[in-house]
Ligand binder design. Structure first.
Ligand code: AMP
Length: 187
C-alpha cells in the first residue's frame, strides 16, 4: 500500500502513521523525523535545517526531496510506504508525483485527517510537554499552522484532482481515528 497522510500540525498524522505501519507492515516515512535525525547527527544539512525548523518554516524543497528519495530507495519501501509530512506545498506535490512515477510506485491513497484549529493547539501543547520539541512553542506553532493553511492545504486539492483523496475526522480517541482510516484503506 502506498499512502500519503495529510493534516495540520497536531492532527495526529504521526501517531496514526505509526499504527498503520504495524497494521500493514510497511515503513512510516516522516520527513520531519528524517530532518530531526539529521539535526541529532549534527550533519551540515541537519544544522542548517534546524535554524529553519526552529522558526516553524519549511526546509528547502530540494533538500527534503533528496532525503525522501534516498529513503524510498531503501529495501523496505519496495513493498509500500506511509508518507507523513511530505508534500508540504504544491511544488513538492508535483515533485513527489514525478519521483513516484519514475520508480513506478504512484500513490494509491491520500487521506486528510481533519481537526479543528483549537484542538490542534491543545494537542501540540500536550506533545510539547511529552516530547520537548523545540518547534512546539506557542509562537512557533502559530506560524506552523499559518504555513499549513497557506502552503500545505492546497495540496488537498491536488489529490482531489487526482481522485485519490479521502477525508477522515481526526477528533475522538486514537482508536476511533484509526478505525476510520482502516475503513477507508480496506474499502
Ligand atoms: P513535522 O515533524 O512533519 O511537523 O515537521 C517538522 C518541521 O520539519 C517542519 O516544521 C519543517 O520545518 C520541517 N519539514 C518537515 N517536512 C518538511 C517538508 N516536506 N518540507 C519542508 N520542510 C519540512
Amino acid at each position: 500500500m502506498r499512502l500519503v497522510l495529510l493534516g495540520a500540525p497536531g492532527s495526529g498524522k504521526g501517531t496514526q502513521a505509526k499504527l498503520l505501519k504495524d497494521e500493514f507492515n510497511i515503513p512510516h516515512i516522516s520527513t520531519g523525523d528524517l530532518l530531526r535525525a539529521a539535526v541529532a547527527a549534527q550533519t551540515e544539512l541537519g544544522m542548517a535545517a534546524k535554524i529553519v525548523m526552529d522558526k516553524g518554516q519549511l526546509v528547502s524543497d530540494d533538500i527534503v526531496l533528496g532525503m525522501l528519495k534516498e529513503r524510498l530507495a531503501e529495501k523496505d519501501a519496495k513493498k509500500g510506504f506511509i508518507l507523513d509530512g511530505f508534500p508540504r506545498n504544491l511544488v513538492q506535490a508535483d515533485m513527489l508525483d514525478n519521483l513516484l512515477a519514475e520508480i513506478n510506485m504512484p500513490a494509491q491513497h491520500a487521506i486528510l485527517i481533519e481537526v479543528n484549529p483549537e484542538e490542534v493547539v491543545a494537542r501540540i501543547a500536550k506533545r510539547a510537554e511529552i516530547e520537548g520539541r523545540t518547534d512546539d512553542t506557542e509562537a512557533v506553532v502559530r506560524d506552523r499552522i499559518k504555513i499549513y493553511e497557506t502552503q500545505t492545504a492546497p495540496v488537498v486539492e491536488h489529490y482531489k484532482k487526482h481522485e485519490i483523496l479521502s477525508e477522515v475526522l481526526g477528533s475522538g480517541t486514537i482508536e476511533q481515528v484509526q478505525q476510520r482510516l482502516l475503513a477507508v484503506l480496506r474499502f
